[in-house]
Design a protein around this ligand. Structure first.
Ligand code: GLN
Length: 391
């Protein structure tokens, strides 16, 4: 089901809380950006509006699902764009397009008006050109909401950008006293060597800036990917039941018409994982894995202020390369999904470029913080960004 570019685009009947809050603080909303249908994808190739391409290299994907947002910011079409991050959809496209992407703590921002994919994971966040811009947009969006959102945990808004120092006011070792840990499992097999090199370079930059960097093992890290896909698709199969073309959707169409192949595949997989006779083997086990990952990462975050990983195991790959290989596509989310399993905040910043074939492509670094530790996480990312500035 592909919309023609001449079809009237659906207009939202109301603004989401975050859009209203941005407008109230003076932001101008230019339009909507492209994404994988229902946020399901890692390349922005499964959109009814057709694929978005990577502005650095048009034969490559911009990442996904919020690839349109990352591409628009990378091309300076706008100062900031929004994404919703269920398993990495803000951070992985930020990495592929060389911009900044912030996934806040689960429950920090109101999701009123956001279409649900997997409700125990979904978070709205900004895609921007700098950490400072991410902090400004986050501050505006965290204005208290009048609407009911039962997952909203902190109603107190915070001026996140006011905590960021200008470079002139920084000491020569502005990261002194901050402890970082690179997750060992994210720099091992399955991760491109050029990406690992960027992380190791970042580690030595952080040490030069006074931070302490260790490498620690998180043995549960590799379990998160299958658990995420079972849980996210189970939740999606329930959330998307409402698009039955009776109450929501196009009443001219039958029940499953109007949904793309990827969405249908995911509803089928999620319904299977939840079905009687299978839910113990899939859904329940995945929930147990979720608890193990949470325990592992929260223990590490007691000792370390920030956990450090690549944002994705590779730079942007070629369009169509993984489109028909769902497992290969899913495995590209290995760096990001665990963070959503645990509801933690994480920000992706530029980690320099790597040469792929004849092109330099951006690679992002992921800084993971403590729950509701956005102030400290943004401070750290900001110091790193401006002291190691890479275009
Ligand atoms: N690529 C992941 C998925 O398809 C994450 C998507 C997202 O965060 N919306 O589920």
């Amino acid at each position: 089901y592909t919309l023609s570019l001449h079809d009237a685009l659906p207009i939202s009947p109301f603004n989401s809380h975050v859009v209203s809050a941005l407008k109230a603080s003076g932001a101008i909303i230019l339009g909507k950006t492209n994404l994988d249908e229902f946020g399901m994808g890692s390349t922005t190739e499964t959109s009814a509006y057709r694929a978005t391409r990577n502005p650095w290299e048009h034969r490559r994907v911009p990442g996904g699902s919020s690839g349109g947002s990352a591409a628009a910011v990378a091309q300076h079409q706008c100062i900031a764009a929004l994404g919703s991050d269920t398993g990495g959809s803000i951070r992985q496209p930020a990495s592929f397009c060389g911009v900044v992407g912030l996934k806040p703590t689960f429950g920090l921002l109101s999701r009123h008006g956001l279409m649900s994919y997997a409700s125990s994971f979904d978070c709205i966040g900004p895609v921007t050109s700098s950490v400072q811009d991410a902090a400004i947009v986050l501050s505006a969006m965290s204005e208290p909401s009048q609407q009911i959102d039962s997952t909203l945990q902190k109603q107190k808004s915070s001026a996140y950008h006011e905590h960021l120092l200008d470079i002139e006011h920084m000491t020569t070792q502005p990261l002194r006293g901050r402890r970082f840990a690179i997750i060992k499992e994210t720099i091992g097999p399955g991760v491109e060597i050029s990406v690992v090199e960027r992380i190791l370079t970042a580690a030595s930059d952080i040490e030069d800036l006074g931070g302490i960097v260790d490498v620690v093992s998180c043995p549960t890290f590799n379990l998160g990917l299958p658990a995420y896909y079972i849980l996210a698709l189970s939740e999606a199969s329930s959330n998307l039941a409402r698009y039955d073309n009776v109450r929501f959707g196009d009443s001219e169409l039958s029940r499953s018409e109007g949904m793309g192949a990827e969405v249908k595949r995911r509803i089928l997989m999620g319904s299977y994982a939840l079905s009687a006779g299978h839910s113990d083997a899939y859904y329940k086990r995945a929930q147990e894995v979720r608890s193990l990952v949470e325990a592992d990462l929260s223990t590490k975050l007691k000792t370390y202020d920030v956990l450090l990983t690549p944002a994705a195991p590779t730079p942007a790959f070629r369009a169509n390369e993984k489109k028909d290989h769902p497992l290969a596509m899913f495995s590209g989310d290995m760096m990001t999904v665990n963070i959503n399993l645990c509801g933690l905040p994480a920000i992706v910043v530029r980690g320099g470029k790597v040469l792929v074939e004849d092109k330099l492509l951006p690679v992002g670094l992921q800084f993971i913080g403590r729950p509701f530790g956005e102030v400290s996480l943004l401070e750290t990312a900001h110091i790193f960004e401006i002291c190691t500035w890479k275009n």
